[in-house]
Design a protein around this ligand. Structure first.
Ligand code: TYC
Length: 101
């Protein structure tokens, strides 16, 4: 048939993948003052006062609270920096990270 046209489609070589996101978790302890936890959450994670209070109280009551999600490197940097803010004042304040499902 003279009107038939063949179209070749070339499959892309590389697929664009979204980076896996990692959670930063705030862990409760019996020693760090509530107001200091709120200060750290505001400074390192740009939470407003209400958001920081809610995250702090959720960790206080339940043992742990998700603060935010980031790419792995950013999550680890922020968890380390926030933990270090407590360490400088001799508080056992702890932030950890874990990959999202
Ligand atoms: N439990 C602490 C207190 O009663 C406050 C606190 C809350 C500490 C959350 C850590 O992740 C935390 N002073």
């Amino acid at each position: 048939d003279p009107d038939t046209t063949t179209i070749l489609r070339v499959k892309p070589e590389l697929k664009v993948k979204r980076p896996k996101l990692h959670k930063v978790l705030l862990v409760n302890d019996d020693f760090t003052p509530r107001a200091f936890v709120v200060t750290v959450l505001r400074a390192e994670f740009q939470l407003n006062d209400g958001q920081a209070q809610r995250v702090m109280m959720t960790a206080h009551r339940r043992g742990v609270c998700v603060v935010a999600v980031f790419t792995r490197d950013v999550a680890e940097e922020k968890a380390t920096a926030a933990t270090e803010m407590g360490r400088k004042q001799n508080y056992p304040l702890l932030f950890t990270t874990e990959p999202e499902e």
